[in-house]
Design a protein around this ligand. Structure first.
Ligand SMILES: [Zn+2]
Length: 294
């Protein structure tokens, strides 16, 4: 063997070694690439899974939200619709049990009227409010609330003018203005009038087309402005009575807060004038004056 051959051999040996190294490196590289690819695919799948899990959770949340939203309007809408649909003459009262109609003049007045409406509602009771037309827009919410709770809203004229001192034309104008402002808020015309100052004359009887409602129990709340005095005036309330009060004084509200549960305990049904007439079979006529429901 010459040196040259030796060198050649070495060279060949070196070549085959480097080929071997290259192949090994390629295999290792291949394994690494495959491992990385596998890992990548695994991560990707996991990601997909997570995503779909998030999606499912989100869709569950969305479903929950949807049901909640579906429930919510139903929950909030219903009482409103109920309020609008409230029957103003209840059909479930007992005609055999005593009834009394509390009536309130000169309002509405939020601070007092709302207290009265609240205690009435609490005791399944109603009353009649003879409102002054020029106060109606200012206290529209108060009046609407009373109306929506089933109370009767009737008129006490527009300007609390003395109709007995007016000409027919003036009477008509006074009532027309009162009707217009009330209809705008309640959606209907009042069907009863309480004449201011309790004054009635023939001209009024001829001109006014709705019944005029007097009273037979006068609490004189405007004069005493005293809760106990008002209550003592209500001691002998009987079946069919119409009671006069004014929703202008806090003392009246305080008296009503005591009176309502008291009358309920005695077995009275607290009704609107409309309801009283309905149950007592009184067919109230326009231009006529009524003092009670007997
Ligand atoms: Zn009055």
């Amino acid at each position: 063997m010459s040196r040259g051959n030796k060198g050649k051999d070495r060279k060949e040996q070196g070549d085959s070694r480097s080929i071997w190294i290259m192949i090994s490196a390629a295999v290792v590289l291949g394994i690494v690439i495959i491992a990385m690819a596998v890992q990548l695919v695994r991560l990707n799948r996991q990601g997909e899974q997570n995503k779909s899990q998030i999606k499912t959770e989100a869709s569950v949340d969305q479903k929950k939200k949807n049901t909640k939203e579906a429930e919510k309007p139903a929950g909030t809408k219903e009482p409103e619709e109920e309020k609008v649909r409230v029957e103003h003459i209840r059909k479930d009262l007992d005609p055999e049990k005593p009834m009394v109609a509390l009536t309130f003049d000169d309002g509405p007045y939020d601070r007092v009227t709302n207290r009265i409406v609240k205690v009435l509602a609490k005791h399944d009771s109603r009353a009649t409010f003879f409102v002054v037309g020029n106060r109606v827009e200012r206290y529209a919410d108060t009046m609407k609330n009373a109306y929506n709770k089933g109370n009767q809203i009737a008129t006490h004229t527009f300007d609390h003018g003395d109709l007995s001192k007016m000409k027919k034309k003036q009477i008509r104008r006074e009532l027309k203005r009162a009707f217009r402002v009330m209809k705008k808020i309640n959606g209907e015309n009042p069907t009863m009038l309480r004449p201011p100052y309790g004054n009635v004359n023939d001209k009024m009887r001829q001109t006014i087309r709705i019944p005029m409602i007097y009273w037979n129990v006068d609490t004189e709340d405007w004069a005493s402005r005293n809760k106990d005095k008002i209550l003592s005036r209500c001691k002998s309330i009987k079946d069919g009575d119409i009671v006069l009060m004014h929703d202008l004084y806090p003392s009246t509200a305080a008296a009503v807060e005591k009176l309502v549960p008291k009358l309920r305990k005695k077995g009275f049904q607290l009704v609107t004038v409309e309801e009283l007439f309905y149950y007592k079979g009184i067919d109230a006529k326009g231009g006529k004056v009524y003092f009670n429901g007997r």
